[in-house]
Ligand binder design. Structure first.
Ligand code: C2O
Ligand code: CU
Length: 463
């Protein structure tokens, strides 16, 4: 067989031939790998035992992947786990074959096997990657990381921090992850909530900053089910982007930042706390005031704060309007504890709620439990879909659409920001609209991963 060297040393004729070869023959340089593997790490505070995790590269979160906008990511997933796996690149307007959904866009990657992910990243922003096989277990065990697509012209900041927020359900005695991933209690209620809340895998994450320093915080909610409600203390600034997509203008941070599972927010904040004090990103949920990240203010970056930052540059094709050919769709979410669902279609059969519960299934979309054989809709490319979602359950849900961002159609008829995950409260009815501009089969599911695993899953096809 010809070696690569001989091949490359070939004549001009051989070079001309290169263009005719199938791509596989040219892929002589193996992709950099991303290893899904087991590891033991110190997640809980000092004094507690280490925790066995599953992580990309043996850490949780996995390595921060950075790509320039319009660039290409090439990574071989090497599965060294005891379970089959795959990677989904959450929020990327991706080539469908690279979306990482076993059974829909690719075959599952068995232990010992690999899969080459190779795709272009059209949009700048804060994204993330995570396992999409048995996600409710594999993401909880640590298989997730940040994916940053950098703008050509970055905003004027002093530093950037990627902050992956997560919670872990840990036995405090052993330090081990609770193995009850199928818990009917978690599935039928708010999902798997952890008892150890971390930032970048660190308890009580602390960093040193300077007064008047300008930070870009890229917040990612990687938790299975936890809704992060965050307040800023000693930090002031703006929301710049949601779910990766820039807002048309920076939005002053006056209230809490709410992130459902899967959601992201890019903030630009200035350190306004005095030197010698501590600023916080703190939880404003039931653990009111618990620091999520502490910023110790040491020294001064400048005498005064800077002015309002410019908006981040818009991503291509993020403008669409509702005039033109659109199709109306509805999605009714039902089930769960304290709900009114009496039964639904499960595996092609009308099934009562009790029998559903025995099969550890609790939720339905439009009267159907779990992934249906036929899509919720088949859309023509370029068509505008308007989807009304009713949450007829007693719990909030975080609805995530793969492959395309959507905008909420607000009560006054205007359109909200581009998002890929919509956090919906109990009993809410909301409408989203999206341009079906990415061909392929795309999941639409609740990102509370135990809900997705127990019924809240459907898909749309873009022809
Ligand atoms: Cu972030 Cu289908 O998932
Ligand atoms: Cu849900």
């Amino acid at each position: 067989m010809q070696t690569r060297r001989q091949f490359m040393a070939g004549s001009a004729a051989a070079t001309a031939l290169l263009g005719l070869l199938p791509r596989q023959a040219m892929a002589t340089i193996p992709f950099e790998t991303i290893d899904a593997m087991t590891a033991s790490v110190q997640l809980a505070p000092d004094g507690y035992p280490a925790t066995d995790i599953w992580g990309y590269g043996g850490t949780a979160p996995g390595p921060v992947l950075r790509v320039a906008q319009g660039g290409r990511l090439q990574r071989r997933l090497v599965n060294s786990l005891p379970q089959a796996s795959s990677i989904h690149w959450h929020g990327i307007r991706i080539d469908n074959a690279m979306d990482g959904v076993p059974g829909l866009t690719q075959a599952v990657v068995e232990p010992g096997d690999g899969f080459d992910y190779d795709f272009v990243l059209p949009d700048a922003g804060t994204y993330w990657y995570h396992s999409h096989n048995r996600s409710m277990e594999q993401v909880a065990r640590g298989l997730h990381g940040a994916l940053i697509v950098e703008e050509d012209t970055p905003p004027d900041i002093d530093r950037e921090e990627v902050l992956v927020l997560d919670d872990w359900l840990i036995d405090p005695e052993t330090g081990q992850i609770s193995g009850d991933f199928e818990s009917p209690q978690a599935r039928s209620h708010a999902g798997r909530l952890g008892n150890l809340v971390l930032t970048n895998g660190i308890f009580d994450k602390t960093m040193t900053v300077q007064r008047n320093e300008r930070l870009r915080l890229r917040l990612i909610n990687a938790a299975n089910a936890r809704i992060f409600v965050l307040g800023l203390f000693g930090l002031e600034g703006w929301t710049m982007a949601l779910d990766g997509m820039p807002l048309p203008a920076p939005e002053p941070l006056e209230e809490v930042v709410v992130l459902g599972p899967g959601q992201r927010a890019d903030l630009i904040v200035d350190v306004v706390a005095e030197q010698g004090s501590t600023a916080y990103l703190a939880r404003a949920d039931e653990a009111r005031g618990t620091p999520q990240v502490s910023f110790q203010v040491r020294g001064q970056a400048s005498l005064a704060r800077r002015g309002t930052p410019d908006a981040l540059p818009p991503n291509p094709g993020d403008a669409f309007n509702l005039s033109g050919d659109s199709v109306d769709l509805t999605l009714n979410m039902e089930g769960g504890a304290m709900g009114t669902l009496r039964g639904a279609m499960l595996d092609g059969e009308e099934t009562g709620f009790r029998e559903m519960a025995q099969a550890n299934q609790f939720w339905a979309f439009n009267g159907m439990v779990g992934m249906p054989d036929t899509p919720l809709a088949t859309l023509d490319r370029g068509q505008i879909a308007r989807l009304t979602i009713s949450n007829d359950t007693a719990f909030p849900h975080a609805m995530h659409l793969h492959g395309m961002h959507f905008r909420e159609v607000l009560a006054d008829g205007t359109l909200g920001p581009m998002r890929d995950t919509l956090l919906m409260d109990s009993a809410e009815r909301r409408e989203i609209a999206f341009a079906a501009d990415n061909p392929g089969d795309w999941l639409l599911h609740c990102h509370m991963l135990s809900h997705a695993a127990s019924g809240m899953m459907t898909w749309v096809r873009v022809a």
